[in-house]
Design a protein around this ligand. Structure first.
Ligand code: GYE
Length: 327
C-alpha cells in the first residue's frame, strides 16, 4: 500500500502536474472520504456518567438523524481499553468515518492509527491525543473542540479579580491523562503563578465525576481546613465539592469560592444561588459542526488542524438570563 503510494507520488512529482510533492503527500496520508448523499458514521463516546456527555451524544445522534446518516454508537463506559475495542469494531463494521472522543491522550493512539490503516478517516471530538504520537492532517483529519488552556486561564483571571483575600486553592483535576485535564491545569496554574499571592495547596484528580469529586474534596478539605477556593476542572466535580463543603458545615460561595468549567444548567443555576462564583462554558453540542466538517472534508477542503469551539463565560452578571439556554 505505502509502496504503491510512494510510486504514485514519484510519478506525480516527475510529471509535475499536481503541485508540490509535499502537499500531495500530506493529502495522500489521510484516508479520503467520498462525496455521498448519506454516510454510515461511528461515534465512539468515552462514558455517559454526566449531563455533558449525554448532551454531546444527543447532539451527535439528532444531527445524524436530521441528515439521514446511519449512526453507529458505542460507549466506552470510562475505559480507554474498551474505547480502543469499540473503534476496532467500527472498523470491522465498515463505517465511512469515525468521530472519536479520546478518553485519554496516549491510550487511544492505537485506535487512531488502526482506523487510518484501514482507510477510515477519524475526526477527534472534544478531547485530543498526544500530538507527538499522532498528527492532525496526517493521522486524523482534525480536532474539533475548545481551547482548554484558555479555559483554565479564564477561570484564573476571574479569581485574581474577585478573590477578595481568598488565596488558598484546592484544584480538582479531570481524568488523569486526558487533554482537558492536562490543559485546564496548565492554563490555570500558569496564570495563578504569574499573578502571585496565591497558593495551590492541593491538586488531585476527581476523574471528572461528581461522586469522586465529592470524595476527593472531602479528603482535601480535611487535610487543608484553611483552603478557601476550589477550582474544579468540570461542573460535576464542582457540584460534588459543594456537597462536601455543605457536609463539612461550610458555605460554598461565601466561606469557600467554587469555580468550574462546562456550563451545564445545574452549575449555572448554582451561580444564581450564590454557590458557584464563575463558570467557563465548554459547549457539548457538537452535532452541527461535526457533520459540517465531515462534509467539508468529503468536498475536498483542506481542513485546519484544530476547529476551535468558542466558549461563553458565566458569572452573576449573566447567569440568571443564561440558565434556561444552558444544557
Ligand atoms: O468538561 C467533561 C467531560 O472532554 C471537554 O469531559 C470534555 C470534558 C468535559 O466529561 O465534563
Amino acid at each position: 500500500m505505502s509502496l504503491t503510494r510512494r510510486t504514485f507520488l514519484m510519478t506525480v512529482s516527475a510529471l509535475g502536474v499536481l503541485g508540490s510533492v509535499s502537499s500531495v503527500a500530506m493529502a495522500a496520508d489521510l484516508p479520503p472520504l467520498a462525496k455521498k448523499d448519506t454516510y454510515k458514521v461511528g461515534f465512539a463516546q468515552t462514558e455517559s456518567n454526566n449531563p455533558w456527555r449525554i448532551a454531546q451524544t444527543e447532539s451527535m445522534k439528532a444531527e445524524a438523524a436530521k441528515l439521514g446518516y446511519q449512526f453507529v454508537y458505542t460507549d466506552a463506559a470510562g475505559s480507554a481499553a474498551k474505547q480502543v475495542a469499540d473503534v476496532n469494531s467500527m472498523i470491522a463494521q465498515g463505517v465511512d468515518l469515525i468521530f472519536l472522543a479520546p478518553r485519554e491522550e496516549k491510550p487511544l493512539i492505537p485506535a487512531v492509527l488502526a482506523a487510518k490503516k484501514a482507510g477510515i478517516p477519524v475526526i477527534l471530538l472534544d478531547r485530543s491525543v498526544d500530538p507527538k504520537l499522532a498528527v492532525a492532517g496526517k493521522d486524523y483529519v482534525t480536532f474539533i473542540g475548545s481551547d482548554f488552556v484558555e479555559e483554565g486561564k479564564r477561570v484564573a483571571e476571574w479569581l485574581v479579580k474577585n478573590a477578595n483575600g481568598k488565596t488558598k486553592i484546592i484544584e480538582l483535576e479531570g481524568t488523569t491523562g486526558s487533554s482537558p485535564a492536562n490543559d485546564r491545569k496548565k492554563g490555570f496554574d500558569e496564570a495563578i503563578k504569574a499573578a502571585g499571592g496565591f497558593e495551590i495547596v492541593a491538586s488531585q484528580s476527581g476523574d471528572f465525576a461528581r461522586d469522586k469529586g465529592r470524595q476527593v474534596a472531602e479528603a482535601l478539605l480535611q487535610a487543608h481546613p484553611d483552603a478557601n477556593v476550589i477550582y474544579a476542572h468540570n461542573d460535576e466535580m464542582a457540584l460534588g465539592a459543594i456537597a462536601a463543603l455543605e457536609a463539612a458545615g461550610k458555605k460554598p460561595g461565601t466561606d469557600v469560592l467554587v469555580l468550574s468549567i462546562d456550563g451545564g444548567k445545574e452549575a449555572v443555576q448554582a451561580i444564581v444561588d450564590g454557590k458557584i462564583g464563575a463558570v467557563v462554558e465548554c459547549n457539548p453540542r457538537f452535532g452541527p459542526i461535526a457533520y459540517e466538517t465531515l462534509k467539508r472534508y468529503a468536498g475536498g477542503d483542506k481542513i485546519e488542524a484544530w476547529v476551535k469551539n468558542k466558549d461563553k463565560f458565566y458569572d452573576t452578571s449573566n447567569a440568571a438570563a443564561e440558565v434556561s439556554g444552558a444544557y
